[in-house]
Design a binder for this molecule. Structure first.
Ligand code: TPP
Ligand code: MG
Length: 1021
């Protein structure tokens, strides 16, 4: 709010005279660059004669004039001279001079002398027209600063101490005087206030500008770089008479306001001490959303995906999405029993999916509200991802049928960085949803913090400017203005397929929740709020006064809705059981049985036949487009791949290729997203080939597998983790029939997306009965690269697994699948390409979906031993949860002195060391590939096999990190607490790895020494 105080001062424009005195001098502080927000343009048009004060050329001259004011060198020298002369007083006919030859002195005696001082009336004419144009532009640029946006009037009353410099009495600032008010001025083409008239008296120009820009709507758009888009907006707000409503529209609006208001009142009456984060003070949100949906439906949208925070959520569920009222009311009953598995969530976080007829357009519409955590704005990218997926599956390439609406609180919109990350996805080819309508419930407070302490920008919406989204601020106490801007916002989205923001400036009638006392912290604001008449009452009185409705009709409307609520309340008492699945935001029809169970509890073999492997391998080593020149280094890589396929082997990249390729051929969409994933951070993947001779010509061999394959999407993302992982999670939410993978550049970067992992991926199913098969690829491994790129923090993921360390499961045939069904996510670290291949395919062949966390290798990508034979991938083969030691230890297991369990890359270091020490008979090394759910059955078989062996867990990570804390109690349970579990690895440490290469190698050698020193644990207890 305090920002507004300075805004008014800024409204004072720069007059041409002020600027022309010294165009190249630095601007005075009061005249910031924002006066001319468009980027400097470089006009080099030939000099014409001077009929520039009429028609479109005046617009052109105006543009050029602004450029010149910004930077005199940005225009042709002849224009520079012209503007200098004109501003120095030269009449139009005399202002033009031929430019001096290059290097000539513009300050030479000839210039200016001949032209200044003559024909003062024409001179005034030029100045006055330019001044009027400046005035019009000032309204367009900054009219919103003085629009009456705040229903409480606080921002103006308390903070605006600078004079307002537009209006009838302020024309002096523009070099005009009161006498000019009745002069007629030609209107530039950059305004539509004239309607059918091309010239108006200045008084009328100002009046119309005040009507367009300074009433209850404040339009922020002049930063948009596209002239057509600016013109479109000007037209929507400047044309005389644009904001007119039919009687029917007004009545509908009143009915919607009645529902919105009475719903909150009803909840307040029945459950006065329950938290519901009511909408009181912003009741016009409901007609706002309904307008956006109606208008979008009219424009062909069939599916709207919404994300929103707590404020007014129950009201939106009831009156926008139209969830049955009894389902909402019964949520307030504390005796309600939960019917579903999982821990559930509070009522103002649950999602919703509803398909119905839109009554205004009579068309089908599907509305879904995505469930969200308390973490504000975290749902934004998830909604976008789901929207993108819905568009993808219905072939809606330009977003005409599916769209998203995101709601925000003012404090969260300004404060949360994820908002910015999400905006930056909005125009990227593989992430765009072709325009989102954002609605901000700007109640001018966040919990107890007012905007002066909550943000450094004038508006909570300024973040949207980075993507050139127009921002419509509107006083939410004027429901007609609200509906008008929402219509324009929906039309904008339908026309330009770009984001747009509606900022509902309102207030919060109660505390943050209904139990809070707001007077503790905002006494003056709340004194004002107490005096504030409710918006429904104000609007009803307006319509009654206008004769649109009678008081009786209005009261009938109220009692009609109250009765609906009462009846639903009575019915809600019959509800005894809460089904969270009734609150599912993304049903997967056909994937489960009718009562929501998996269709089986088994997983078929994930192997492929030889021919299939060869076929995919051939594509992976070819360039399937004619006349396509690839880089020489890449040719060598492809040749290497061909040779590997020839010898029936795969490395990591080929294992992945086989998994993706086979799923695509089976009709499963595969989407791989993350930073630099197309080539692969470690330059091993190369899924997108670039023609070395033709700019932007690329080829994705994976899309050349077969004619009826599913499409493959591989996309380098923006440099964001939180936003992009959220997006992919949302994408994976839309359908179970896609393999959606997000790869971190290095595994440790996942913590930038911690909120998505902690709030959505880990507990998503438990909270919202919603499954998700997203795959996280997290490069991990101690390679001496320093503390930063070494650890993907397996300990964090393992600590959040829900399998019980102390319970040895009942061993049944379906244990492996049942364990997967019961877990909250799967954590693996594969040591072979074949196992990586299997686990990716298993993700889709399972009859349910679980998030899959894969710690992926770095040096193993090129390790000569980390290769797999086709034999490990043929029909009948499957993912190996544990790879037992199958070397010479098997010949005489009783002689084995030590059984080392490990996971991932350290296996290869251990095997090499064992070989060099000749200890193949005495030390067994087994790899736990699936860490969670823990393969108790297989591990038990292995420990039983080596009864004389000491059991050790070996990891290259530090003791307080990695897998040890997770694995140890499970190994203990497996051995019935009978055998000690020894630790081999680095000591506890604060950082994940040393920054010193030598120290790294010393540490590694030390742990290898311990691993093979058979008396290392003697005497230890
Ligand atoms: C990421 C995050 N940080 C903190 C909170 C705690 N919190 C809940 S509501 C709230 C204030 C939100 O203000 P605003 O966005 O303006 O929404 P309003 O409640 O005013 O509608 C805060 C700080 C949260 N929910 N999420
Ligand atoms: Mg707020």
């Amino acid at each position: 709010m305090h920002r507004l105080r300075t805004c008014a001062a800024r409204l004072r424009p720069l007059t041409a005279c002020q600027m022309a005195q010294s165009p190249s001098q630095p601007r005075p502080a009061q005249a910031p660059l924002r006066t001319f927000p468009q980027p400097t343009r470089h006009y080099t048009a030939p000099v014409a004669a001077e009929p520039f004060l009429n028609g479109t050329s005046s617009n052109y001259v105006e543009e050029m004039y602004y450029s010149w004011l910004e930077n005199p060198k940005s225009v042709h020298k002849s224009w520079d001279i012209f503007f200098r002369n004109a501003n120095a007083g030269a009449p139009p006919g005399a202002a033009y001079q031929s430019p001096l030859p290059l290097g000539g002195d513009l300050r030479g005696p000839g210039l200016g002398q001949a032209v200044v001082g003559s024909q003062p009336s024409v001179e005034k004419l030029v100045e006055d027209h330019l001044a009027v144009q400046t005035l019009i532009r000032a309204y367009q640029v900054r009219g919103h600063h003085i629009a009456k946006l705040d229903p409480l009037g606080i921002s103006c009353v308390n903070f605006d101490d600078a004079p307002v410099t537009v209006g009838f009495h302020q024309v002096g600032f523009y070099g005009l005087d009161e006498a000019d008010l009745d002069k007629v001025f030609r209107l530039p083409t950059t305004t539509f206030i004239g309607g059918n008239e091309s010239a108006l008296p200045l008084r009328e120009i100002i009046r119309r500008l005040e009507m367009a820009y300074c009433q209850h709507i404040g339009v922020e758009f002049m930063f948009i770089n596209d002239i057509d888009q600016c013109q479109w907006i000007r037209q929507k707000f400047e044309k005389p008479g644009v904001m007119q409503f039919t009687l029917e529209e007004k009545r509908t609006l009143l009915a919607r306001m009645v529902r919105s208001t009475r719903f909150e009142e009803f909840l307040q009456r029945k459950w006065s001490s329950e938290k519901r984060f009511g909408l009181e003070g912003c009741e016009s949100l409901i007609p706002a959303l309904k307008t956006i949906i109606d208008k979008s439906s009219e424009n062909g949208v069939e599916n709207v995906i919404m994300g929103m925070p707590h404020r007014g959520r129950l009201n939106v569920l009831a009156n926008v999405i139209r969830k049955e009222l009894e389902q909402i009311f019964c949520q307030f009953d504390s005796k309600l029993e939960a019917a579903d598995e999982g821990s559930g969530d509070v009522k103002y976080h649950l999602g919703m999916y509803h398909r119905r007829i839109n009554r205004v357009t009579d068309r089908n519409i599907t509305l879904s509200l995505v469930a969200n955590p308390s973490h504000l704005e975290a749902v934004d990218p998830v909604v976008q991802g789901k929207t993108k997926a819905e568009q993808f599956y219905c072939g809606d390439a330009d977003g005409k049928r599916v769209m998203s609406i995101l709601l925000h609180g003012d404090a969260a919109f300004a404060g949360q960085g994820i908002v910015y990350e999400t905006f930056h996805l909005s125009d990227l080819p593989s992430y765009t949803t072709h325009g989102t309508v954002h609605v901000v419930v700007n109640n001018q407070i966040g919990f107890t913090t007012d905007p002066r302490m909550a943000r450094s920008s004038p508006y909570p919406t300024d973040v949207a400017r980075v993507v050139n989204a127009p921002i419509f601020h509107v006083n939410a106490d004027d429901p007609e203005a609200v509906v008008y801007v929402c219509n324009v916002a929906a039309e904008w989205r339908a026309t330009f397929h770009k984001d747009v923001v509606v900022d509902l400036v309102c207030y919060r009638r109660n505390g943050h929740n209904e139990m809070d006392e707001p007077m503790f912290t905002q006494p003056l604001m709340y004194k004002q709020i107490r005096k504030q008449k409710g918006v429904l009452q104000k609007y009803a009185e307006k319509l009654i006064a206008e004769g649109v409705v009678t008081r009786q009709e209005y009261e009938e409307e109220i009692s009609k809705y109250d009765k609906i609520c009462e009846e639903a309340y009575a019915r809600s008492k019959d509800e005894k059981i809460l089904h969270i699945k009734h609150w599912l935001d993304s049903p997967w029809p056909g994937f489960f049985t009718l009562d929501g169970q998996p269709k089986s509890m088994s997983c078929p073999s994930t192997g492929l036949n030889e021919e299939e492997l060869e076929n995919i391998g051939r594509v992976a080593s070819s360039v399937p487009e004619e006349d396509f020149t690839i880089h020489g280094g890449l040719s060598r890589i492809l040749k290497g791949r061909a040779a590997m396929i020839q010898s029936r082997m795969v490395d990591w990249a080929l294992g992945e290729y086989m998994a993706f390729g086979s799923l695509l051929k089976e009709g499963i969409h595969v989407r791989l997203s993350g930073q630099d994933v197309e080539r692969g951070t470690f330059s091993h993947r190369h899924h997108v080939l670039h023609d070395q001779n033709v700019d932007k010509r690329t080829c994705i061999p994976m899309n050349h597998l077969s004619s009826n394959q599913a499409p493959y999407t591989v996309c380098n993302s923006s440099l964001s983790e939180y936003g992009v992982l959220g997006f992919e999670l949302g994408f994976a939410m839309a359908s179970p029939n896609a393999l959606v993978l997000w790869e971190a550049q290095f595994g440790d970067f996942h913590n930038m997306a911690q909120c998505i992992i902690d709030q959505f991926i880990c507990p998503g199913q438990a909270k919202w009965v919603r499954q998700n098969g997203i795959v996280l690829l997290l490069p991990h491994g101690m390679e001496g690269m320093g503390p930063e790129h070494s650890s993907a923090r397996p300990e964090r993921f393992l600590q959040m697994c829900n399998d019980d360390p102390d319970v040895f499961p009942k061993i049944t045939e379906d244990l492996p699948v049942r364990q997967l069904y019961d877990c909250n996510w799967i954590v693996v670290n594969c040591s072979t390409p074949a196992n990586y291949f299997h686990v990716l395919r298993r993700q889709i062949l399972l009859p349910f979906r679980k998030p899959l966390i894969i710690f992926t290798p770095k040096s193993l990508l090129r390790h000569p031993e980390a290769k797999s034979s086709f034999d490990e991938m043929l029909p009948g083969t499957h993912f190996q949860r544990m790879i037992p030691d199958d070397g010479s230890t098997c010949k005489n297991p009783g002689a084995v002195k030590r059984l080392i369990f490990c996971t991932g890359k350290v296996y290869y270091e251990l095997v090499k060391e064992r070989r060099s020490r000749g200890m193949e008979d005495t030390v067994a090394i087994s790899r736990i590939e699936q860490l969670s759910p823990f393969p108790f059955d297989l591990v038990k078989a292995e420990t039983d096999k080596f009864p004389q062996a000491e059991i050790a867990w070996c990891q290259e990570e530090h003791k307080n990190q990695g897998y040890y804390d997770y694995v140890k109690p499970r190994l203990r349970t497996t051995t019935d607490q009978a055998r000690p579990i020894w630790y081999v690895g680095r000591d506890p440490a604060a950082a994940p790895a040393t920054g010193n290469k030598k120290a790294h190698l010393v540490e590694l050698q030390r742990l290898l020494d311990t691993a093979f020193k058979l008396d290392a644990f003697k005497g230890h207890s």
